[in-house]
Design a protein around this ligand. Sequence first.
Ligand SMILES: Nc1ncnc2c1ncn2[C@@H]1O[C@H](COP(=O)(O)OP(=O)(O)O)[C@@H](O)[C@H]1O
Ligand SMILES: [Mg+2]
Length: 269
Amino acid sequence: MTAPTPAIEVRGLEKSYGRRRVLEGIDLTVHEGEALVILGGSGSGKSTLLRCLVGLERPDAGAVSLLGRDIFTAAPRELADLRQRIGMAFQSGALFGSMTVAENLELPLVEFSHLPESTRRIIVRIKLALVGLEGTEALRPSQLSGGMKKRAAFARAMALDPEILFFDEPSAGLDPVTAAGLDRLLLSLRDVFGATLVVVTHELNSAFAIADRIALIHAGSVLITGTPDELRACQNPIVRRFLDREAEPGPEHEGRLRELILGSEAPDG
Ligand SMILES: Nc1ncnc2c1ncn2[C@@H]1O[C@H](COP(=O)(O)OP(=O)(O)O)[C@@H](O)[C@H]1O
Ligand SMILES: [Mg+2]
C-alpha cells in the first residue's frame, strides 16, 4: 500500500524581499485532517510562508504542492479548481467594509460556484450559525466586535466547504477569553468539516491549544516539528528560549488581562 498523499508538501521554499532573506529553505509536510500550527516570532516569515502556500506570493525557489498538485506549475484550470478547495482567513483586511456580512460571505460563492441566489442565502445562514453569528447578515463589519469580525472571516473561509483551511493569526489582538473561544471554534470547525487546518500564530497558548503538530520557524527555516508534548520536552536551546520566554505573560498580555478583570476604565498604575 502506498502512503496517502499529504494535504500539503513544501520543499526548499526560499523568499527574499530585496536583500532581506525571509525564507531560506522551508520543508514542511501537512497530513490530511491534521491541525498544523506554524509558530514563530514576529517577523520570522510566517505570513510570507502562508502567502506562498496559497499561491498569493511566488517564492524565489522551491515547490508547494496542495492536494497532490504543484501550485506553481499547475495549469490555470487546475489552479481554479484548487482555489475552490481551500479557504483562508488572513490577519488584516479580512472583510470588505463596504459590504454587509452576508455579502462578504457570498463573495466566494458568487465567484467560484454557479449556485442560485436562494441557495447562496441558505449557505450563508448555515455558515453564520456555525460560527455563532446568527442574524448578523445585514450588519456591516464596522458594527461587529473584533471577535465577531474574526468569526465572520472564518465563516467566509468555509463558504465552499474547503478541504484545507488557512488562518493567519486568528486570535491576535483579542482579549484572552475571546482568543481562547476562537481557538476552540477553529478546532470544532475542523472536526465538523474534517478539513486540514494550517494556523499561523506567534501566540504560544493558541499554538498549544490548537495543534496536533507544531512547526517552529526560526531563521528562515523550520527548526523543529513535533507534537505539543514533543516540543515541551525538547531540549534544543533555541526552542527552550522561545517557549520559556513566551510562556511568561508579557506586558501586553497583562494589560489585556487587567482590562478584562478591571474593565477598560481601570486607572493606570
Ligand atoms: N511585501 C513585503 N515587502 C518587503 N518586505 C516584506 C514584505 N512582506 C514581509 N516583509 C518582511 O519580511 C519579514 C517577514 O515578514 P512576515 O512574513 O510578515 O513575518 P511574520 O508574519 O512572521 O510576522 C519581515 O521582516 C517583513 O518586514
Ligand atoms: Mg504575520
